[in-house]
Write a protein that binds this ligand. Sequence first.
Ligand code: RB5
Length: 148
Amino acid sequence: MKKRKIAIVSDHAGFYLKEKLLNYLIKDKYEVKDFGCPSDEIVDYPDFGHPLANAIASGEFEIGISICGTGNGMNMTVNKHPGIRSALCWSEEISRLARAHNDANICAIPGRFVSESEAYLMVKTFLETSFEGGRHKRRIDKIPLKIY
Ligand code: RB5
């Protein structure tokens, strides 16, 4: 079976959790590209978040996982890209609903506020949940800015 293509990124605050999740996902037979950062040395999250967002928006990767301290910096950065729907996830149920109702394509994780096992569960659920469509499709179609 063809491996699903996943992209993962963090800043220094999410570095160690990123390394753990990357290993779990590879074991789970996903094809995972690491968009950095490469160590726990201090960096600026937009420098790493924008390249990941480009790779999801272009269709090169199906789903992205981003991690920073609060999850917010990465979330705000990637949501500037047309075609990106990044959801800040802090529980398994939020993560499930982000896929089922919002068709989110990036899972933003607050690395300083969730445990490794909580993060892994959220990511697994995010990857395994399908968009429900229907009324939710009508709603997500209204998210992009239009010139009125
Ligand atoms: C880094 O200290 C922290 O500001 C960053 O990881 C993130 O939480 C920003 O939103």
